[in-house]
Design a protein around this ligand. Structure first.
Ligand code: SF4
Length: 549
């Protein structure tokens, strides 16, 4: 298939009519005049096969996709805008008589991006062009923050989860192998798994709910055994909803001596939230409770430039299942910014991104993390008279710690936490501690010795230095700039509905976030070209009266 070349020149007639209709120009015309076509067909050529039905110009579809999100249009409305709006024709370099394309070309284009794992392409190609113009630079300042994204699914309790998982598998099997399925099911399955589980009045008593879950569990096991039986068609087990049924059953039940049991807190606990499937309709969505926000779905992390002399532009977008912690993302963000040659010198983040590990890891990229780190929450650190970790002398060479009473530790044990962080556990002699005259300032344990837990040397020293630095006026002044990322999140939420996804799965949700980021950049460049001043961080009138420290 030959990919039609997207016109690089604006046809004269389009130019003349657009200039008459918009004598002072408008956002899209300004962008076209300044940036040209933005996307080229060649940038997307690798996503297209060279046979089959002719496609629309991929560069044109890419720009229409971003413009569509900038205005919050549906596919039909965007295709209509291409056909009928003069400013769109100007931006796209089309003849006035151009009839555009069928609206389905837009969803096909998005599918191609997801299928090819090219979600980030729309933003990266735009950034490459902005880099050439010097509007985005490496080694400046950037800031990152995240927000929650609700999956397009209902929250389910455990009974509804297993019931709906079974229902979904039965419905899919009924579509592809109805005769086989009818020969496997009992008559009462139609009553139980026919309607949606949300339509049931589920038992209120815990014992009755558990009995219902076990009944569903036994039915599910029977179905799985039938699917995996050698007499069943080979391909049945490959059906995605059957695989989800298998995974949910492994997570929710266990078998002992051929009897099925529910996993509970006491016996064979449920897997951690990062693994726990919460709905058969979006098996990649996860549950998370972060401070007062409780949600099922994803998290999105936005990184933007924040240098004074340039527009603030989104440089990176990451979408993760909700259960992924913010600190886990710092290394990933730095690696991807390095690949785009867009690493900052200063990376401004809040406490959720900033810990000893991220400080040390970011040094490999010559990035300075600027932000508060978690304070030491031990009771000793809150009591001025008590001996907190800083009162102990740590000798990294001899691997010993010396307490304020001059006693030396008797053990030094490096270990990993369940989250994979390196730690060192040190303990003192029980004999020394039990006879210590200042014991009450050191430990509340009545019969055991004082123990310490801290990070390996490089991380420990980095954390101590960060805790010391964050008390300085210089830090407070530098950190003020981070607050601006709240404005970027607010713009994305209010103007682009960032916190709700319309799609199932992480890849499509990520694509949506990428397009939102590209659309935000488009609107921000347009504002920059029109010399619209950058918005200031909002403050209530009362808050503005607060005395400056
Ligand atoms: S309790 Fe033990 S570790 Fe603490 S000061 Fe006394 S001897 Fe040292």
């Amino acid at each position: 298939m030959l990919i039609p070349k997207k016109p690089n020149q604006i046809p004269d007639e389009t130019k003349r009519v657009a200039r008459t209709a918009f004598p002072k120009g408008n956002m899209y015309m300004d962008l076209r005049d300044e940036l040209g076509a933005i996307y080229e067909d060649e940038q997307f050529a690798h996503m297209f096969v060279w046979r089959g039905r002719p496609a629309e110009s991929p560069g044109l579809l890419a720009l229409v996709t971003v413009m569509q999100f900038a205005e919050g249009l549906t596919d039909r409305q965007a295709a209509e805008a291409v056909r009928s709006r003069i400013d769109w024709k100007y931006a796209l370099g089309l003849e006035l008589t151009d009839t555009g394309f069928a609206h389905s070309a837009l969803s096909e284009f998005r599918d191609r991006l997801v299928d090819g794992g090219e979600e980030a392409h729309l933003l990266d190609e735009m950034l490459a062009q902005l880099q050439e113009r010097g509007w985005v630079k490496a080694r400046g300042k950037q800031r990152t923050d995240s927000t929650h994204v609700l999956a397009i699914i209902r929250s389910l309790n455990r009974v509804e989860l297993v019931g709906e998982t079974m229902r979904r598998a039965l419905n899919d099997l009924a579509s592809v192998a109805p005769d086989w399925l009818v020969s496997q099911v009992d008559g009462d399955w139609f009553g139980l798994y026919g309607p949606r589980f949300e339509a049931y009045r589920l038992p209120k008593e815990k014992a009755e709910r558990e009995a219902l879950m076990l009944r569903i569990g036994q039915d599910g096991m029977r179905l799985l055994r039938a699917v995996y039986d050698e007499t069943a068609p080979d391909w049945l087990w490959e059906i995605p909803s059957v695989q989800i049924l298998r995974q949910v059953w492994v997570q929710q039940y266990y078998e002992e001596e051929e009897k099925l049991y529910l996993r509970t807190k006491k016996a064979y606990r449920l897997p951690p939230s990062r693994r726990l499937i919460v709905s058969p309709y979006d098996p990649e969505a996860r549950h998370r409770l972060k401070r007062s926000t409780d949600w099922v779905g994803y998290s999105v992390h936005l990184t933007e430039t924040c240098d004074e002399e340039a527009p603030n532009l989104i440089t990176h977008v990451t979408t993760t299942p909700a259960s992924t912690g913010d600190t886990q993302m710092v290394s990933h963000i730095h690696q991807e910014l390095a690949a785009k040659e867009l690493l900052p010198t200063e990376h401004l983040v809040d406490t959720s991104y900033h810990d000893a590990q991220t400080i040390v890891d970011s040094r490999a990229h010559q990035v300075e993390m600027v932000g508060p780190v978690m304070s030491n929450n031990s009771w000793q650190s809150k009591d001025e008279e008590a001996y907190d970790l800083s009162c102990f002398f740590i000798d990294w060479d001899t691997k010993t710690a010396t307490c304020p009473n001059g006693k030396q530790s008797i053990s030094w044990k490096p270990h990993k936490t369940r989250f994979g962080s390196d730690m060192i556990a040190v303990s003192f002699s029980r004999t020394d501690c039990l006879s210590c005259p200042t014991r009450e300032r050191c430990t509340k344990a009545k019969t055991t010795a004082r123990g310490l837990t801290f990070r390996p040397k490089e991380q420990y020293l980095a954390l101590e230095a960060a805790r010391h630095y964050q008390k300085s006026d210089e830090f407070k002044e530098r950190y003020k700039v981070r607050a601006g990322i709240e404005g970027a999140i607010s713009q994305a939420v209010r103007a682009f509905n960032l916190r709700r996804t319309r799609y199932i799965g992480e890849a499509k949700t990520h694509l949506r976030h990428i397009i939102i980021a590209a659309a935000m950049n488009l609107t921000r460049i347009a504002a920059w070209l029109r010399r619209v001043p950058k918005a200031q961080t909002r403050q209530s009138r009362f808050a503005a009266l607060a005395p400056v420290n």
